[in-house]
Design a protein around this ligand. Structure first.
Ligand SMILES: [Zn+2]
Length: 294
């Protein structure tokens, strides 16, 4: 016998009400990228009472993940358990009634992208520009809520910058491109390894592109916490929409920033696929064929 939902969520219902709790239980949330931030989001959603999760990640656990991957064990790192398996196991250990659908793939795979259409909310916890472009396109085309997260640990300015962001795209609000949440030219380059190699050869890119970025769990927890609050706001009408929140643990501070949709935004403006659902095709994930030799 499992714990009754009324007991499990009693203290949360006292804060946000039974109606919000029911809406959360009826929600399908896709968590794309279940590494440092994504694993914490999955853990939080299971505690909070989300009904159905879709977890998306092609990677397995590595020893260097153990400083921050919620639910991962030493055994997982040695046996190369997939990250989605760790996420599903963690969610079910908290709430046996939660449904978890696992997709061991990248969102840059057209079939995977299509599978995410059934999600009511997408939480992106990815590192690069191309998956953000793909998720933003999905959110705009199918009018979904999309919460993008990211962190930065850097000492380039001379002082250690430990910061992050949470961007929230609503069906009628500015999209992630309006919020400067990704760089389209960087996204194109990530989709085309040949272009990346050519730019590197020409000296436009660093020769050490795969140098791992610093990452710490307490920053991921702060960003995941803000993202989970934004998600609860979608079902609970807690506060006015916050398109962008900066998380700075150096000061420390949280800064909410307002933003408007750009009227000529190529991703969500009049020439975009906004609201077209299945009448528009998925975006093109493959680079154009090089011209035939003369
Ligand atoms: Zn836009």
């Amino acid at each position: 016998m499992t714990v009754r939902d009324t007991d499990r969520h009693d203290h949360q219902v006292r804060a946000f009400g039974a109606a919000a709790q029911r809406r959360l239980r009826a929600l399908t949330v896709a968590v794309v990228g279940v590494g440092g931030i994504g694993s914490l989001v999955v853990q939080g959603l299971a505690h909070m009472g989300a009904g159905r999760l879709i977890v998306v990640d092609p990677d397995h656990v590595e020893p260097t993940n153990l400083n921050r991957l919620a639910g991962a064990t030493d055994v997982d790192a040695r046996s190369e358990t997939s990250k989605i398996e760790v996420a599903a196991r963690l969610a079910r250990s908290i709430d046996p009634d939660i449904a978890v659908h696992q997709l061991p793939a990248s969102v840059l795979d057209a079939d995977t992208w299509r599978e995410l259409r059934c999600a009511d909310v997408i939480v992106g916890a990815v590192d690069e520009h191309a998956p953000r472009w793909a998720l933003n396109t999905l959110a705009v085309q199918y009018r979904r809520h999309y919460i993008d997260t990211g962190t930065l640990v850097s000492d380039e300015s001379g002082t250690l910058d430990v910061s992050g962001h949470v961007a929230t795209v609503t069906p009628d609000g500015p999209c992630l491109l309006c919020l400067s949440g990704y760089d389209p030219s960087q996204a194109s380059m990530e989709l085309d390894p040949g272009l990346t190699a050519a730019k590197r050869a020409a000296g436009y890119l660093s020769d050490a592109p795969d140098e791992p970025a610093p990452s710490v769990m307490f920053l991921n927890q702060a960003v995941a916490a803000v993202a989970l609050g934004e998600l609860l706001n979608i079902v609970g009408d807690w506060h006015a929409p916050r398109p962008y929140t900066l998380v700075d643990l150096g000061r420390p501070s949280l800064t909410a920033m307002h933003a408007e949709a750009s009227p000529d935004c190529p991703a969500c403006g009049p020439d975009s696929t906004r609201g077209l659902c299945d009448t528009a095709p998925p975006p093109c994930f493959t680079p154009p064929e090089p011209p035939p030799p003369m």
